[in-house]
Write a protein that binds this ligand. Structure first.
Ligand code: CAA
Length: 395
């Protein structure tokens, strides 16, 4: 298979990027691929390999070394995510949330003291972070949340009550970035972000979600029963929570785009190999034009998705210097890459026929894993809203 199949012919990567990508690929292929099916089946959280990724610097790729990270750029993050997702999407979900939702939120909005206390252990992989915005009755319409935080009379603590749902790494997280309402009458401007220490009383891990795909990434509800959060743990300013949530999701959506590219690449490469080896009617099935059409469309969409994802990564890196938002680039990359992952995985199952439906090969897992990329961190419908509003300059 040509080198371009797994690197993308689209960008001259620096030596540092190539070294990182190759190291992550080596780790992912040797340590994650052999255990992926077993963890998918059991739904168990792969703590050992997550710890190893932490030791490799993969849990805080863009975080400066002084805060426990690897101090690389967003393209490095994307390249690492593609390799991990190609081996196992569930592992890449944990990496994505830790890096772009939790580390990014703390790096951008935390005080120096908060960074030392919370960012350093999370970026170095010693502790695991989660991001909690969604509630049972509030998903795409994130500002309609029902959970509440009320400042106590002494002004020392917020008392938090409510339920959160669909929290990636919820069952294992040491620290949670929580978004909850402090001034309901102000709508989205009444939401505040908190850094939650999950060892404090009143924090309850709820039921683990039984999922179609990314089964080894633990997802759960979280409950807050008179949880007392010290005022020092407000992230940013009170009332800034919605902006923080949206800013951080821009970064998160680049991670999900990269995850989708990784899943699509795995499904595509399996299909090419199968089309070369599987014979029917006296020849490899790749000799038939109906299979060739699938391969051509899968490859073209995969490379287009990769380009959009690289473009979003470069826009985020540029944004660090200029302060410019990269909302449009992130949403376009996430939208196109996730729909590509679903398309490619669907065609991969079709090319494999009965074997694509069998648990003996990973293709059916790619198909199940691909679906979530069209849903979490903003559905495809929400990405279209974001893109169109941006272009039409609507709010
Ligand atoms: N960056 C910074 N600020 C932003 C922003 C962005 N990308 N997008 C919006 N804002 C700001 C706006 O400027 C506005 O600010 P003002 O207070 O100054 O007015 C404010 O936020 C409200 O903006 P909108 O009026 O556009 O808000 P809206 O209510 O219409 O919602 C939305 C916009 C795009 C639909 C948004 O609600 C959204 O993205 N929803 C999807 C939520 C989502 O992705 N959920 C997934 C949760 S995470 C997860 O999946 C679980 C996991 O663990 C992985």
């Amino acid at each position: 298979m040509s080198e371009s199949l797994s690197t993308g012919p689209t960008l001259d990567l620096s030596e540092e990027h190539i070294m990182l990508r190759d190291a992550v690929r080596d780790f992912a292929q040797h340590e994650i691929v052999p255990i992926a099916a077993e963890f998918d089946e059991s739904g168990e959280f792969p703590l050992d390999t997550v710890r190893q990724m932490g030791q490799m610097g993969l849990m805080g790729i863009e975080v400066p070394e002084e805060y426990g990270g690897a101090e690389m750029d967003t393209l490095a993050y994307v390249l690492a995510m593609i390799e991990i997702a190609k081996a196992d999407a569930a592992h890449s979900t944990v990496v994505s949330v830790n890096n772009s939702l939790v580390c990014h939120a703390l790096l951008k909005f935390a005080t120096e003291e908060q960074k030392q206390k919370y960012l350093v252990p999370i970026a170095s992989g010693e502790k695991i972070g989660a991001y909690s915005l969604t509630e049972p009755m509030s998903g795409s319409d994130a500002a309609t949340m029902r959970s509440r935080a009320v400042l106590n009379a002494a002004g020392t603590h917020y008392v938090i009550n409510g339920r959160k749902s669909w929290v990636t790494s919820g069952p294992v997280a040491d620290t949670v970035i929580l978004f909850t309402m402090t001034e309901p009458e102000k709508g989205h401007r009444g939401i505040t972000a908190f850094i939650i220490d999950t060892t404090l009383p009143g924090f309850v891990r709820g039921k683990k979600e039984p999922k179609l795909g990314i089964r080894a990434s633990a997802t759960s509800e979280l409950g807050f029963d008179d949880y007392e959060c010290p005022v020092e743990n407000v992230l940013g300013e009170p009332g800034m929570g919605f902006k923080i949530a949206m800013t951080v999701l821009d970064a998160g959506r680049i991670g999900i785009a990269a995850q989708a590219v990784g899943i699509a690449e795995a499904a595509y490469e399996a299909s090419v190999q199968y089309a070369r080896e599987r014979e029917a009617f006296g020849q490899p099935i790749g000799g038939f034009q109906m299979i060739q059409q699938k391969i051509a469309d899968m490859k073209t969409r995969l490379e287009a998705a990769r380009l959009l994802t690289y473009q979003a990564a470069l826009a985020k890196t540029r944004g660090k210097q200029t302060g410019a938002r990269y909302t449009l680039e992130a949403s376009m990359a996430k939208l196109f890459a996730s729909e590509t992952a679903m398309y490619v995985a669907h065609e991969a199952v079709q090319i494999h026929g009965g074997m694509g439906y069998s648990k003996e090969l990973p293709v059916e897992r790619y198909f199940r894993d691909a679906k979530i990329t069209e849903i979490y961190e903003g559905t495809s419908e929400i990405q279209r809203v974001v893109i169109a509003r941006n272009e039409l300059e609507l709010r």
